[in-house]
Write a protein that binds this ligand. Sequence first.
Ligand SMILES: CC(=O)SCCNC(=O)CCNC(=O)[C@H](O)C(C)(C)COP(=O)(O)OP(=O)(O)OC[C@H]1O[C@@H](n2cnc3c(N)ncnc32)[C@H](O)[C@@H]1OP(=O)(O)O
Ligand SMILES: CC(C)C(=O)C(=O)O
Length: 509
Amino acid sequence: MAKAIKIFDTTLRDGEQSPGCSMNLSEKLEMALQLERLGVDVIEAGFAIASPGDFKSVHEIAKVVKHTRVASLARALTKDIDAAAESLKGAAYPRIHTFLATSDIHMQYKLKKTPEEVLQNAVEMVKYAKKYCEDVEFSAEDASRSDPAFLYQIFEAVIKAGATVINVPDTVGYTSPDEFYNLIAGIRDHVPSIDKVDISVHCHNDLGMAVANSLSAIKAGATQIECTVNGIGERAGNAALEELVMNLSVRKDLYDLTTNIQTKEIYKTSKLLSSITGVKIQPNKAIVGENAFAHESGIHQHGVLANKSTYEIMTPESIGLTENKMVLGKHSGRHAFVDRIEMLGYALEEDALNKAFEQFKMLADKKKVVTDKDIEALVRRKTVAIPQTYTLERFVINSGNTITATSAVRLICKTGAVLEDVMSSYDGPIDASFKAIDKMVGKKFTLEDFSINSVTGGADAQGEVNLKIKCKNKTYNGHGVSMDIVEASILAYLSAINNMLYDLDSIKK
Ligand SMILES: CC(=O)SCCNC(=O)CCNC(=O)[C@H](O)C(C)(C)COP(=O)(O)OP(=O)(O)OC[C@H]1O[C@@H](n2cnc3c(N)ncnc32)[C@H](O)[C@@H]1OP(=O)(O)O
Ligand SMILES: CC(C)C(=O)C(=O)O
């Protein structure tokens, strides 16, 4: 059976260090309970000394979380460890996580301590934490920029002092997969007591390598990964939990490792965090981004309709989504278009279908995404093909708030004749266009009803016009859709006129 890698989630601690990601107590509790449902092994609930609010959050989470280990962060200071221990009171499985920097830069400029002092301080603080709690994690902050020989020494010493987990952070996201692999392998080879503890890694994403570095570390023998939901965290963030977990799940051939994560809870967890923090997930984010299971181009859509595995390496269901998404846009092809209109309940004859597809492509050139409502508006009136006595060739309007609107409309008659007229109206360009059409058509009828709606939201929405004309006590409906409302109105007017003329013709026959 594949060995399980432990998932240490630090969304509520390092994740919260992301600018704009602060959470209040009830939000943290909600998130912690969801992390427990997700199946993480450890929840780092906060940094107890940081503020009374942080202390309370850790304390409340420690009390409500029943099956998951809860960690509280502390500097290598007795007052921090006291606060951490106090915050964990009531936890079923508490862990004190203490840290101290080991790189020359941090020791010299930040801590102002010699390596000997740092080593002694780390040992003392692990022993101090051990008085409160059996499970103590020690992190060598900035480990990836530390002297490996010093790391071997300090890790051996803290393990002897009682540490149960040693953590190797790439605090500033500086390392590379090969280098990190070698560092972890070196620790395994040179720390005599290493087999007694979990080897943890904590990678930041400053160079976009957090997930790759974490995966490399587990290949070298790391047994715990520290990560956050949606990859939030200090600066460019931490390794993204969902990406790590799905790598292990999808590439079993590469890793032969598993986790305790219920992957079907991934999407829900990601959405919950984003709604709590108000920080949106980039659409192309791996696993949980809006486009992660969306297909827009015709060739891909055709492949996916034939067999999902052509373009999907994991199922949307595996992360808790119900289905993939076929986005209809200018790159889409006929297969996806037909699939969508059938799904919407329409059956078009060949000619009507060709026309609708042509109009869809024209619309897609203007709109970024063509929605179901757009498509319904396109196909709704094409199920019955009414002969078109008049079709619009073009129109030109001149309009403004200080001039009388004029409209020049050119129509093609079914006989092939080209008609053109220009009219003006104080009532605007739509009325001027209708007057020009009335003159060309030369029939008596009245406009009874006119409504204009936007098909979808947004500035690039299509305008949909529905109207009625009345002739000899009979009413004829017209419908037109365009991104230009004057054009939508003209199309609706002509469609009502064509309906009327078709009907009058049928009566004559
Ligand atoms: C890599 C990481 O992500 S570590 C976690 C980072 N997270 C945070 O810092 C969030 C919470 N932090 C805070 O609320 C505050 O920084 C506190 C409460 C921890 C400390 O606040 P202050 O006492 O005002 O100190 P301040 O933050 O200005 O400076 C940090 C101090 O901690 C010391 N320090 C830093 N790391 C450690 C450590 N691991 N062990 C012991 N001391 C440390 C620094 O040398 C500095 O000491 P000094 O005040 O004697 O110069
Ligand atoms: C406290 C440690 C683990 C940390 O957050 C880091 O080094 O980035």
